[in-house]
Design a protein around this ligand. Structure first.
Ligand SMILES: Nc1ncnc2c1ncn2[C@@H]1O[C@H](COP(=O)(O)OP(=O)(O)O)[C@@H](O)[C@H]1O
Ligand SMILES: [Mg+2]
Length: 338
């Protein structure tokens, strides 16, 4: 469990101070895969770094497993850091060491024997799926393979917490998915808590259970990922996830839209309900389907459908009332001519 209690971090600047993190409080439960989203400069990295004390706090405290870690020093600090692995956007591997050596040095530095180190390194190379790369230098690896090495290095000391700072931001979409899958598997297998910070919401959607959103150093929203993506409360969150009207509509559709444009958002099991054909049969209203997509967040479906109802004004009104009332989880947003 990681708990931020009124964390503020100020940086002195030429003119005054910059509140990089301002009075942030929330909790991350043990075993969670927790996301922190926000634009560049929101304060995500600064907040994350207070967990392993790469960054000191101006005020507030960070509790890890109930213990205030903000002031630990010396031996206690080294023990605390051993409990926390961290990975970065640019992998931070030592170019002059092989994959094996990059990982092994963590254990050698901790005083493990050569044999114990060897067993552990082989085991972790296997866990991250790069056993055959043991004797290769980082320059010969793909980005995804480098991040696998970094993950093995971060966890081999027995870390119970993995901090990921934009860990997939330098990777292509396919590799991102494979790394996220690996993190998810390791989290389960090794029982570790994962904190992922990213400016890419697809990452959060793909792997996190809960998520916090930061803007200008402040926590603006926190909640379950499915709720956050389907019912964002905060205006910045809405903007961040492109919840505004027509964001997911191709411009040519918007340009050519005539009459009424209706956005239907289907959540959970209702994503598969035949409400449109029901409404057509009941009210004699035709629906031109402009754009439709369905995606899965936390394995629950979210469907978005833009339709243009065509029919007698009164029939259209009744059809829309039907859509709003009969199927409670369908959200109908009406817009006049655009
Ligand atoms: N060590 C530092 N010294 C001075 N300013 C910093 C330092 N680290 C971060 N900042 C500033 O604090 C703000 C938040 O930065 P950061 O936490 O890196 O944001 P994010 O990770 O969300 O992009 C930014 O304006 C950044 O320029
Ligand atoms: Mg950052």
């Amino acid at each position: 469990m990681i708990e931020f209690q009124n964390i503020s971090v100020d940086f002195k600047q030429k003119k005054g101070t910059l509140a990089a993190v301002h009075d942030v409080s929330f909790r991350i439960e043990a075993g969670e895969i927790f996301g922190i989203a926000g634009s560049s400069g929101a304060g995500k990295s600064t907040l994350l770094r207070t967990i392993n004390l790469l960054q000191g706090v101006t005020s507030g405290q960070v509790l890890v497993d109930g213990k205030n870690v903000t002031k630990v020093r010396g031996k206690q600090l080294r023990e605390h850091r051993r409990n926390i692995g961290m990975i970065f956007q640019h992998f931070n591997l030592a170019d002059n060491l092989t994959v094996y050596q990059n990982i092994a040095f963590v254990l050698r530095a901790a005083g493990k024997s050569r044999q114990e180190t060897d067993e552990m390194v082989r085991k972790y190379l296997g866990l991250v799926g790069i056993s055959e790369k043991a004797d290769v230098y980082p320059s010969k690896l793909s980005g995804g393979q480098k991040q696998r090495v970094a993950i093995a290095r971060a966890l081999i000391g027995g870390a119970k917490i993995l901090l990921c700072d934009e860990a997939t931001s330098a990777l292509d979409a396919e590799t991102t998915v494979s790394i996220l899958n690996l993190i998810q598997t390791l989290s389960k297998k090794l029982g570790i808590t994962v904190v992922i910070i990213t400016h890419e919401l697809e990452v959060i959607k793909g792997i996190c259970n809960r998520c916090a959103v930061m803007d200008g150093g402040k926590l603006v929203e926190i909640g379950g990922v499915y709720d956050l993506f389907t019912k964002p409360k905060n205006s910045y969150t809405k903007q961040l996830i492109g919840y505004t009207l027509g964001h997911d509509l191709p411009p040519e559709v918007l340009k050519n839209a005539e009459g009424l444009l209706v956005k239907l958002t289907f959540r959970g099991s209702k994503a598969n309900t035949p409400v449109i054909s029901d409404a057509t049969v009941r009210f004699g209203v035709q629906f031109n389907i402009l754009v439709g997509r369905i995606e899965y967040i936390e394995e629950k479906p979210l469907g978005v459908l833009y339709v243009n109802p065509v029919g007698e004004t009164d029939a259209v009104r009744r059809a829309l009332d039907y859509l709003k009332e009969v199927v409670k989880e369908v959200e109908v947003i009406e817009h006049g001519r655009i």
